[in-house]
Design a protein around this ligand. Structure first.
Ligand SMILES: [Zn+2]
Length: 367
């Protein structure tokens, strides 16, 4: 995709500053940045605290001062302790009035149940995300389930010893998200949301999760992007076994295009990983170019021989992958092949000899 302007580099107005665990940095008046640890290669998540003012449920004529939290961190002792520190370092004696979650992934959703209960605060999130979280938390259809293993095998990842490792991660989600609140206030695409003195609008995005909800404040040019727009890594875009025909790369690219049309380049993007930055258009262009390049490499490979998603891994991932990363990499490889398949650029065939889906470019001459 070409851009009318030469790409400007992203700018980070806070430089190398990072909030210490349990403390916050104010990034705009009444908007505070928290950073919590994660026990993965991606070792942190950003959470946001917004000053808020909501009607007092016990006294309709009164407004209650407090905070809205956006995203929660995973449920482990270290993150609970960090939140307890935030109570003394940052909350100024005011309560958390509501908990907004951008999407159901464990680093965003994990402690929602704990924060909602601790503060008697309601959960606000997209309905599809909420339902997906409840299903994943009930732990019957997770990453290591028989259905997921069958799905991976159908895409060429069928070595017994590899799948045994995936199986061990069956309870992965529920370990980090042991409970989900029993009820929610539903966020919808385009829904206006008053938080304190600011008017925000929900912006849903597809591809990374079922119904990701970002928040846009036009008056102050602030964008809480969740995992839909990250400054230095590309979001995981995977096909999952419960939706085996999906086309999330195309959905993601379409969502980015919508976002590009809505946001000015100079807005301050508050992402879930990495630092707040400016240059939304540049970053969206980079991500679209990145996916386009991978799709073209993959299409080329499918011209030479029919490829399964497993065959596509070395084309898409130049680094070596450990077995935990393999499940995510497989999901991404299937997603890229599906983007070509749904666009009519490759055809898909289930090989009767081994039950594996292979994709072949339609430009190849048949004989
Ligand atoms: Zn995510």
């Amino acid at each position: 995709m070409s851009s009318p302007n030469p790409a400007q580099p992203l700018t980070y107005h806070l430089g190398h500053q990072l909030p210490e665990t349990g403390r916050a940095i104010e990034v705009a008046p009444g908007v505070y940045w928290l950073r919590m640890g994660l026990p993965f290669a991606l070792n942190h998540i950003n959470l946001w605290l917004l000053r808020d003012l909501l009607p007092d449920p016990h006294d309709a004529g009164r407004l209650r001062e407090g905070w809205t939290v956006v995203d929660c961190g995973i449920d482990n002792p270290a993150t609970r302790t960090a939140w307890e520190e935030v109570e003394t370092s940052t909350l100024q004696g005011l309560p958390i009035l509501r908990v907004i979650v951008t999407h159901m992934h464990p680093d965003h959703m994990g402690l929602a149940h704990w924060l909602c209960e601790r503060w008697r605060a309601p959960l606000w999130m997209g309905l599809a995300e909420y339902q997906a979280a409840r299903i994943a938390c009930a732990n019957t259809s997770g990453l290591g389930s028989a259905a997921a293993l069958r799905f991976f095998a159908q895409h060429g990842w069928n070595r017994e010893e590899d799948l045994a490792v995936v199986k061990q991660h069956m309870n992965h989600y529920a370990e980090m998200v042991p409970a989900v609140p029993n009820h929610l206030v539903r966020l919808r695409d385009g829904m206006p949301l008053r938080i304190g003195q600011r008017q925000w609008r929900c912006m849903s995005g597809l591809g990374h999760s079922p119904e990701h909800m970002a928040l846009w404040c036009e008056a102050d040019a602030l964008f809480i992007s969740g995992d839909m727009l990250l400054p230095s890594i590309s979001s995981n875009i995977s096909v999952y076994h419960h939706e085996p025909e999906s086309d999330p790369i195309t959905w993601f690219i379409e969502s980015l295009a919508h976002m590009r049309a809505m946001l000015p380049d100079a807005c301050l993007v508050l992402p879930s990983h990495g630092s707040p930055f400016r240059g939304a258009h540049t970053r969206i262009d980079q991500l679209q170019a990145h996916h386009a390049e991978r799709l073209s490499e993959l299409k080329q490979a499918c011209t030479q021989k029919a490829c399964s998603a497993h065959d596509a891994l070395p084309i898409l991932f130049k680094r070596s992958l450990n077995q935990q990363q393999m499940a995510f990499a497989m999901g991404e490889a299937i997603a890229h092949l599906h983007a070509l398949w749904h666009a009519g650029q490759v055809q898909r065939q289930l090989d009767p000899s081994d039950g594996v889906y292979r994709f072949r470019s339609l430009t190849v001459e048949s004989h």
